[in-house]
Design a protein around this ligand. Structure first.
Ligand code: SF4
Ligand code: SF4
Length: 381
């Protein structure tokens, strides 16, 4: 393999201390003894970007050793966390001042605590963010997964992040083996989309080109919520990969069942990346119809097909500068079709990945499955 840098997501654990309503991963944790070792992490390729995630990654008390190893091969590292383990996060940021931290906050206080199922979760997450700001940690942000319950908090949370000078990352509900969930679906699409529309307009008003491209991403989320084909191709497994706690290398976290290109505990990187199994997964990705719109698969596509978001940004920013309403969700045909009755709710539901009868494959090893009741992670609370 040529020494091309990749975009990698490292799932260091499936253990989680939260109880989110859109994700059952906490019920299907990995067995600690089986989770990625430093020896396996040393075998990863060079990366221009690495996302460390879970479960809750800060449950691993050796996370700083993992980060230290990853910095030997990655230009930039961002850790996604629910922000509960404030002291661990602050300690890590003291050692690695360049590491990015994204704390997922699912709404203002009551909504967040209801969705996340963590006692005092909002206060813990918010305290973590405030401490990071106080220590002038340069790369801090919020992440929010928008659903019917918290859509009204989307713009207020964006404004809060803006006041604190932080990044604001958004997502919406997905179904996959990774979330151990198949029943997630947005019920009131116009209401949720309206909140995204307001966010898009606020982002376009800013002076930050980064925020204008975020506006495009959120426009793509409205498109996703209405079950439409992705605005950009999905090239996962070509220059992007995920690795799970067992060393299995996968294209992404959006597939219904776990798709495996190879195993880094047993193989070398070059061997697995160039294997027939990896090629078979790439062929599946080429025909994948799940139409996910998560930052992990969209960000590489936005860089690769930059002219498409750039054309959208130029058009909408120009409107904003002319004092016009920059963005209207009705520019998506499906929004008009639904409003005017040419498409029904049932048809849109059928376009989503929600499947009330699906058997969810949680991607656990047999040993983790057998131990799942033991590692329900109460110990982490
Ligand atoms: S969404 Fe994240 S924090 Fe919530 S249960 Fe799933 S892994 Fe844990
Ligand atoms: S659309 Fe892309 S990210 Fe989603 S499941 Fe398919 S290959 Fe994975």
């Amino acid at each position: 393999m040529a020494d091309k840098k990749l975009n990698g997501t490292v799932i260091v654990t499936y253990r989680c201390n939260a109880r989110c309503n859109m994700c059952n991963r906490y019920k299907a944790p990995s067995r600690p003894e089986e989770e990625l070792s430093l020896d396996t992490i040393r075998k990863l390729p060079r990366m221009y970007f690495t996302n460390i995630t879970g479960g809750e990654p800060f449950i691993r008390t050796d996370l700083r050793d993992i980060v230290r190893e990853l910095y030997k091969k990655s230009d930039r590292i961002v850790i996604s966390t629910n922000g509960f383990f404030t002291d661990r996060i602050i300690d890590l940021c003291e050692e690695f001042p360049e590491v990015g931290i994204r704390v997922s906050i699912e709404g203002l206080e009551d909504t967040n605590n209801e969705i996340r199922g963590l006692p005092n979760g909002f206060q813990r997450g918010y305290q973590t963010l405030k401490k990071l700001v106080e220590m002038k940690h340069p790369d801090v942000g919020f992440g929010m997964t928008v659903q019917d319950k918290n859509a009204k908090d989307l713009v207020p949370l964006y404004k809060l992040s803006d006041e604190l000078g932080m990044e604001f990352a958004t997502a919406s509900l997905h179904n996959s083996f990774y979330f151990v969930e198949a029943k997630n679906v947005i019920r009131d699409r116009p209401m949720v989309a309206k909140n995204f529309e307001e966010l898009v307009n606020d982002l376009l008003k800013s002076n930050s080109p980064k925020k204008w491209f975020r506006a495009y991403f959120n426009h793509g989320l409205i498109n996703y919520i209405y079950g439409q084909p992705r605005l950009l191709p999905c090239d996962m497994a070509f220059d992007t990969f995920f690795i799970d706690p067992y060393g299995d290398v996968m294209p992404c976290n959006g597939t219904k069942d776990k798709e495996v290109m190879g195993n880094l505990n047993r193989q070398s990187w070059d061997e697995l990346w160039n294997s027939p199994e990896a090629e078979a997964v790439r062929a599946k990705v080429r025909h994948c119809d799940r139409n996910c719109w998560m930052i992990g698969s969209v960000s590489p596509a936005m860089h690769k097909y930059i002219w498409r978001p750039a054309a959208w940004v130029i058009k909408h920013k120009a409107k904003s500068l002319l004092g016009m309403k920059a963005y209207d969700m009705h520019e998506l045909k499906v929004v008009r079709d639904y409003e005017e009755g040419r498409v029904t709710k049932e048809q849109l539901d059928a376009c989503s990945t929600c499947d009330m009868c699906a058997q969810v494959n949680d991607g656990l090893s047999a040993a983790s499955k057998a131990d799942a009741h033991v590692y329900e992670t109460h110990e982490a609370l």
